[in-house]
Design a binder for this molecule. Structure first.
Ligand code: HEC
Length: 172
């Protein structure tokens, strides 16, 4: 037992030392253009999922209406499109330079298959070390839900809302 403990401590020490030199000697990725370190994506998404499910998912306290989605579209154009893009338009220079890359929420299925409470959580709280800001302190709670509703229904938006999103000038 004593021997086992000693071996375990030595192993932990060596792993910690290895990690220290990996970071200290500049081998770990630090630029947005570097490739991810081993298991980076898995570790980050496991932590995020566990954190969100520990808090539980909130539900919107407003009905899903075209007006609500239009308000969400205004928020989206103003604050989100620069990173998350608009249907049919190329990624903005800002989005192209980011790591992790901001998912293009109007391409493919976006977050249409995620529970709306999960999207709301991410918009409200942001995602640490990714560039995804938390908007709880700067937007009204109603706006957080409106933009979450927009994204949850990105594949079946009323024509006026789609037109509003795509006809305005491309994101800067
Ligand atoms: C400066 C760039 C930036 C801005 C502005 C931004 N985001 Fe993000 N967002 C990101 C990045 C990067 C991620 C990916 C985070 C990750 O890898 O976990 C992300 C992730 C998300 C996700 C999760 C997507 C998924 O697939 O799970 C949602 C939803 C989201 N953002 C919504 C928004 C909304 C709504 C706004 C505007 C109110 C916004 N974002 C503004 C960069 C941005």
């Amino acid at each position: 037992m004593k021997r086992f403990l000693k071996d375990a401590l030595v192993t932990i020490f060596l792993v910690a030392l290895g990690a220290f030199f990996y970071l200290r000697l500049g081998y770990a990725p630090a630029a947005a253009t570097d490739s991810p370190f081993p298991l980076e994506k898995q570790i980050a998404s496991m932590a995020l999922r566990a954190h969100i499910s520990k808090e539980g998912l909130a539900k919107p306290d407003m009905p899903l209406t075209e007006g609500a989605m239009m308000e969400g579209a205004k928020v989206y154009r103003e604050y989100c499109a620069v990173c998350h893009g608009i249907a049919g338009q190329p990624k903005s220079p800002t989005a192209r330079g980011m790591y992790p890359p901001p998912p293009q929420l109007f391409q493919g299925k976006g977050v249409t298959d995620d529970p709306i409470g999960e999207t709301y959580w991410k918009v409200a709280n942001g995602v640490r070390l990714t560039g995804m800001p938390g908007y709880r302190g700067s937007l009204m709670d109603t706006q957080l839900w409106q933009v979450s509703m927009l994204l949850a229904n990105a594949n079946k938006l009323p024509p006026d809302v789609s037109a509003f999103l795509t006809n305005a000038a491309p994101p800067k």
